[in-house]
Design a protein around this ligand. Structure first.
Ligand SMILES: Cc1cc2nc3c(=O)[nH]c(=O)nc-3n(C[C@H](O)[C@H](O)[C@H](O)COP(=O)(O)OP(=O)(O)OC[C@H]3O[C@@H](n4cnc5c(N)ncnc54)[C@H](O)[C@@H]3O)c2cc1C
Length: 293
């Protein structure tokens, strides 16, 4: 499949993403569905309130059924992590994957599940927008020559480091007690001890680690875990509402061609609702894609 010319790239292989893929595939469209794991259902021991199940199914088994149905209908399933979603000059979208590939498509669907909560570190929320950022590509230029840190240890943290390195002065990776999952780029200092608190009156001044060591900082970029729908949307200039992606009744976001469905829109967390939002999104994506051809 030509990964530079898809009709839809879906970020999320849960009920919302897979439900959308089924409709898009049946409309004869080229669809890639990217997922890094089994999402919320991985933790659901037993699902018995979803329509049509003769017996309760484990959440994991339900995910497998959804994926296999998508594959059978012709969707291209990728086990990968999306690090960034770019809006291209020609109005298409390009999903950058942790494995280094890029998938370009006419439309994109955010279906990454429940929004991430802010990390429980004292002072972090009070300093959001005052030195604490969730978007390196948006804010890196504010920290030209300054001292910054990225909080995280995975591929998404690496991606944020790469955005900051050409501009910032001193760059530190704070892994918050975890081992880094990548070889830190040259010029990056790695501190593995957990972060205890942030200091600063009107602007971030420093972070203190659990053992009491204090590091002077101008900017802290939060990149724990993987990019959420909120992180991806934020980078495209979309405003979030209570950490969820605002959508209209057709699951359209404020950006033409970008849709969102499932738990990431802030809807009540239920499989049936995620499936319904995925279907609604696809039914709006189909005419949008056809109009671009
Ligand atoms: C313990 C538990 C029990 C539950 N029990 C029930 C129940 O009994 N009945 C019910 O109806 N609902 C239940 N739910 C809720 C239900 O699981 C969710 O509402 C539903 O899974 C939401 O679907 P979704 O597609 O929006 O997101 P998810 O199912 O969370 O899927 C998100 C997808 O996005 C992918 N993803 C996220 N970020 C990235 C990235 N950066 N790159 C690539 N992929 C990414 C994930 O890998 C995953 O594939 C339960 C939830 C939990 C946690």
């Amino acid at each position: 499949m030509d990964t530079n010319n898809m009709d839809a790239v879906i970020i999320g292989q849960g009920p919302a993403g897979c439900s959308a893929a089924l409709y898009l595939c049946r409309a004869g469209l080229r669809v890639a569905v990217v997922g890094k794991d089994s999402g919320a259902l991985h933790r659901a021991e037993k699902i018995e309130n979803y329509y049509g199940l003769p017996q309760p199914l484990s959440g994991q088994a339900l995910v497998e059924v959804g994926r296999s149905q998508c594959r059978t209908l012709g969707a291209e399933l990728r086990e990968d992590e999306v690090l960034a979603l770019d809006w291209l000059e020609d109005g298409r979208f390009a999903a950058r994957l942790a494995t280094g590939q890029t998938l370009a498509a006419t439309t994109a669907l955010l279906a990454t599940g429940k929004a991430k909560a802010a990390p429980a570190i004292a002072g972090i929320q009070a300093l959001e927008g005052h030195g604490v950022s969730y978007c390196a590509v948006c804010d890196a230029f504010l920290y030209r020559g300054k001292s910054v840190a990225v909080l995280g240890n995975g591929a998404y943290a690496r991606h944020e480091l790469e955005e900051l390195l050409p501009l910032a002065g001193r760059v530190t990776l704070l892994t918050h007690g975890a081992e880094p999952e990548f070889a830190p780029p040259e010029g990056v200092t790695v501190l593995r001890r957990p972060v205890a608190r942030l200091q600063g009156e009107e602007q971030l001044q420093s972070v203190t680690l659990e053992d009491g060591e204090t590091l002077a900082l101008d900017g802290l970029f939060v990149a724990l875990g993987s990019a959420s729908a909120g992180d991806l949307a934020n980078k495209l200039g979309l405003r979030l509402e209570q950490n969820a992606i605002p959508v209209n009744a057709k699951q359209e976001t404020a950006l033409p061609g970008l849709f969102a469905a499932g738990d990431c829109t802030g809807s009540f967390a239920q499989v049936a609702l995620a499936v319904a939002e995925g279907a609604k999104a696809a039914l709006a994506m189909i005419p949008y894609i056809r109009a671009q051809k």
